[in-house]
Design a protein around this ligand. Structure first.
Ligand code: NOJ
Length: 915
């Protein structure tokens, strides 16, 4: 297609037209599985085939109808994880297995057989408190913890496995395999079942390998609260899917996506958590092909034995949630994370897929983006606008228009004649630049990136073996095959300063359109029969394509600094494990209140599935927010991990100072509060990096025994100290805030008013109110002086916000390093301090002796909330100076003690005594 035709390509074309995207009924493997499962044909285990080794137990399972043998393997993995793999015993050729997601060489634990019951086999892990019971006929696995069955696999008989077959035409020729052509299907409805060919609108998917789908069910006993499987514009708690409305995991570019929909958005993490009082579980379905998940909660009445008295009164209602996973291809490879606590499950998941990378500190500041800042002059004036209005910000962003005709790694010479000069301007304010780099490469032999990739065979191919061609921003394009390690290595090298003309070390990267987005392709993405490295069809790995681009980009940024500097890469598409490579945002949302509101559940879901560094376009990408909405969005965004304002083309300019003084002030306040909180936020990133707990936490994670928290999604915990309830309604004068925990006390972070936990409070709000509550028992480190950007704040003093528990104690932490390099890792150049308050003494001590980092910073202010009586004296004690009396201010009304003009070095041990 000619480049000129591209002019017709407008993003509005992509506007959610229901017909562009499939619902379940339009997905052939879904129809096939449903039809087959209605026949209730079962699998049996050959217990005499069981072999156990130091790493796994293997056995054969066979379908009674097809008689095709499958090989099942059960592994016990360190940290109370089980893995179940099911594949064909002897496939015609290898089936796709996801590589590059599981980080560690997993330490397996020998499973010992501990019962000889006829018809079942009991395998115990090392300690013996977790067991897998394998039932023979029909095949079923029960996960038993302390004698209680917590999960059953295939108890609903939904194991489904389409074995590879000789292509239909050949089998017809030989006649022999004709009966085998479809799994239990007559010839007439094969078309409808899309075995070798599947139609969707004008698109025909020709399947070289025929039907290859798989499925399995999991029953979670006693559970009714499930979370996870992003990305959907849906509630945090997963809903029952009923009939034909499964959650879809298929990475798609859905412009202005509809809310409360199960359609898959830009990324997929095929992992969910189930939670009840006393136990949390995780199921990680490691498969990168299109996946559907059905969820159904049922109440079953369990009859009690007659001796228990009159039936009706004694019947026990048991809740069970059934989860049914179906994938278009690959093998069954599933990890069972057995908890028992939410924290354990986070650790188990990150043991498998890695933890959130610690980002450079600047990337936790505020980011200013727009499609597009016009030119160098525009960039300079927006940059100056922040200074004029005394609003801190760290990063300027350039969208696709900065390039020469959407050729990534180039600059539009007219608009950006001197990109280095522009970066020097930003550098002089200790700020950074992020530019976009998409996976589609304009077909233009004179474009060196294209020419080189073409010559080396680095593009995805179509099913006929030629380079795949599709349309995206530059017009006709080919797509880099990031699944090929050689392509990734080459792509990484493009970020070298010598290769990327006009780039400097303050330039970082944004990967967009990497689902991949292919305009006019089926569902706006790549044809499933396109071919990748290793001859794998796109259908096998669609959901992991974007992860590979971000992986190569992050590696490129590391390499250009000779391994010294941490990368920053934002990606739109993601998969399990993307947390290792940077940040994720929620794509093309709208400037509407409902889209502001849904940021909370969407980000909570990403957060519990490992992706802590996440955010949503502040202000809403599509449309023009009114001032009130924009202010509320800044206030919400200030407490979300990735904080970037962004707007699409043809929207009105909306830099923070364009709505009048009053609104500028409100936005300034929200951004400044974000900058004040950076020490706390950065410490949380360190914590999630080493200990896996997400940064944005649903209330149920912090209060796992409190039923009323399990469905909350209009508020959340930022770390364990702050409860945030953003205002997401227009003209709000009051919000209902659940302050959980019967033994907790909560302090309004602005008014210092104290509330008892386990209550829902009506909190009055004005336009300048961000309802944030500090939990009694916590210490939050902050910066007391806010400057232009994070770079200027390295030496700014700290403040400590101490909120006392009902018992009068508190504790907290601070993590600190140079904010940009890997020295924290290789040279242990970091500081990890611990603050604890008890019996009137606040102590700053070392939390990790391994770390050393010189810091001149001092703690200048200490605020203590919840101090019941006015002290008579306050003194500081430190090893390197004599005891000093401190002036203090005490407010009896709020029970708040304020210490100011202190000069206590952050890295030294000291105490403050309050008597
Ligand atoms: C789609 C992205 O979601 C959006 O953020 C970006 O501005 C446009 N692509 C143009 O690059």
């Amino acid at each position: 297609m000619a480049a000129a035709e591209k002019e017709e390509i407008s993003v509005e074309d992509e506007d959610v037209d229901k017909k562009i995207f499939k619902d379940c009924r339009k997905i052939a493997f879904y129809r096939r599985q449903k039809q087959w499962l209605s026949k209730k044909s079962t699998y049996r285990t050959s217990l005499d085939s069981v072999t156990t080794s130091s790493t796994s137990a293997k056995f054969k399972i066979t379908n009674e109808e097809t008689e095709v043998p499958l090989l099942a393997e059960v592994y016990g993995i360190e940290g109370n994880i089980f893995r179940l793999k099911i594949n064909e015993k002897a496939p015609l050729k290898p089936r796709y297995e996801v590589a590059d997601v599981i980080t560690n060489k997993l330490n397996t634990i020998r499973l010992t057989s501990c019962s000889e019951d006829i018809g079942s086999l009991l395998l115990a892990n090392g300690t013996g408190d977790l067991k897998c019971r394998i039932l023979a006929d029909p095949f079923q696995i029960d996960l038993v913890s302390e004698e209680e069955v917590v999960m059953s696999i295939n108890s609903r008989g939904q194991l489904y496995f389409e074995h590879l077959q000789i292509p239909l035409k050949q089998s017809r020729l030989t006649k022999e395999n004709e009966a085998d052509a479809a799994v239990g299907t007559s010839q007439e409805n094969q078309d409808d079942l899309g075995l070798w060919e599947e139609k969707f609108g004008k698109f025909v998917d020709i399947k070289a390998n025929g039907p290859t789908s798989i499925g399995l069910d999991f029953s979670l006993h006693g559970f009714e609260h499930l979370y996870g499987i992003p990305q959907h514009a849906e509630s945090h708690q997963l809903k029952n899917t009923g009939n034909e409305s499964a959650y879809r995991l298929y990475n798609l570019d859905v412009y202005g996506y509809k809310l409360h929909d199960k359609l898959g958005l830009y990324g997929s993490v095929p992992y969910l958590m189930a939670h009840k009082r006393g136990r949390t579980l995780g199921i990680f379905w490691l498969n990168a092909s299109e996946t559907l998940v059905e969820i159904n909660t049922e109440e079953a009445v369990e009859p009690m034995p007659p001796q228990m008295g009159p039936v009706a009164a004694e019947q026990k209602v048991k809740i069970r949630t059934d989860v049914h996973w179906m994938s278009e291809s690959g093998i069954i490879d599933v990890f069972l994370l057995t908890g028992p606590t939410p924290t354990d499950v986070f650790k188990q998941y990150s043991y498998l897929t890695g933890t959130q990378a610690i980002p450079p500190l600047f990337s936790l500041g505020y980011h200013q983006c727009r499609w597009n800042y016009e030119d160098e002059q525009d960039v300079a004036s927006v940059d100056a606008g922040f200074d004029e209005h005394d609003i801190p910000y760290d990063v300027m962003w350039l969208d696709i228009e900065h390039t020469r005709g959407k050729r990534y790694f180039t600059w539009d010479k007219k608009r950006f004649p001197n990109p280095k000069r522009m970066q020097e301007l930003l550098r002089s304010k200790k700020r950074k630049l992020v530019v976009i780099s998409d996976p589609h490469i304009k077909i233009d032999p004179d474009y060196s990136v294209y020419a080189e990739a073409k010559e080396q065979g680095f593009f995805v191919r179509n099913h006929e073996g030629r380079d795949f061609e599709g349309i995206c921003w530059p017009g006709l394009s080919s797509y880099l095959d990031f699944t090929n390690p050689k392509v990734r290595e080459w792509y990484s090298s493009l970020f070298a300063f010598s290769a990327y003309q006009g780039s400097t070390d303050i330039l970082y990267i944004w990967n967009d359109m990497n689902e991949p987005s292919v305009f006019r392709g089926p569902e706006l993405t790549m044809h499933k029969n396109a071919i990748h490295h290793g001859n794998w069809e796109h259908r096998e790995l669609h959901n992991i394509y974007g992860l590979y681009q971000q992986m190569a980009t992050a590696e490129g940024l590391i390499q250009r600094s000779n391994g010294k500097e941490r990368p920053f890469v934002l990606t739109r598409s993601f998969f399990a494990g993307s947390q290792k490579y940077g940040a994720v945002w929620t794509g093309d949302n709208r400037a509407e209140w409902s889209y502001l509101k849904i940021t909370i559940p969407m980000l909570l879901t990403l957060s519990i599935t490992g992706i802590s560094f996440c955010g949503a376009d502040v202000g809403g990408f599509i449309g023009n927010p009114r001032a009130e909405l924009l202010v509320r969005w800044y206030q919400a965004g200030a407490y979300q991990p990735f904080f970037r304002g962004h707007a699409t083309q043809n929207t009105k300019r909306r830099e923070p100072w364009l709505f009048g003084k009053k609104y500028t002030q409100l936005i300034r306040e929200a951004i400044r509060e974000r900058y004040a909180l950076l020490p706390y936020l950065y410490s949380l990133f360190y914590h999630t990096h080493v200990a896996s707990k997400p940064i944005m936490r649903p209330l149920w994670v912090e209060f796992p025994d409190e039923l009323e928290t399990f469905s909350v999604e209009d508020e959340y915990m930022l770390g364990s100290a702050l409860l945030v309830h953003p205002v997401t309604e227009p003209k709000a004068t009051v919000v209902d805030v659940l302050l959980p925990g019967s033994t907790e006390v909560w302090y309004d972070s602005k008014t210092f008013v104290v509330w008892e936990g386990a209550h829902t409070m009506k909190i009055p709000v004005a336009l300048d109110t961000i309802p944030v509550f500090q939990r009694g028992g916590s210490v939050v480190p902050v910066k007391t002086t806010i400057r232009k950007s994070t770079g200027y704040m390295t030496d700014s003093p700290y403040g400590l916000r101490v909120a006392l528990s009902a018992e009068g104690s508190a504790s907290g932490e601070l993590y600190l390093d140079d904010g940009h390099s890997f020295q924290y890792l290789h040279q242990k150049q970091f500081l990890h301090r611990k603050f604890s308050f008890r019996s009137g003494i606040l102590i700053n001590s070392c939390a990790d002796e391994r770390g050393h980092y010189p810091s001149k910073c001092v703690v200048e202010q200490i605020l203590i909330l919840g101090l019941k009586k006015q002290p008579s004296s306050v003194t500081t004690h430190s090893s390197d100076s004599s005891d000093q009396p401190v002036k203090f201010m005490y407010c009896a009304k709020t029970s708040a003690l304020k210490l100011e003009r202190l000069s206590l070095n952050i890295s030294a041990d000291w105490e403050v005594h309050i008597t």
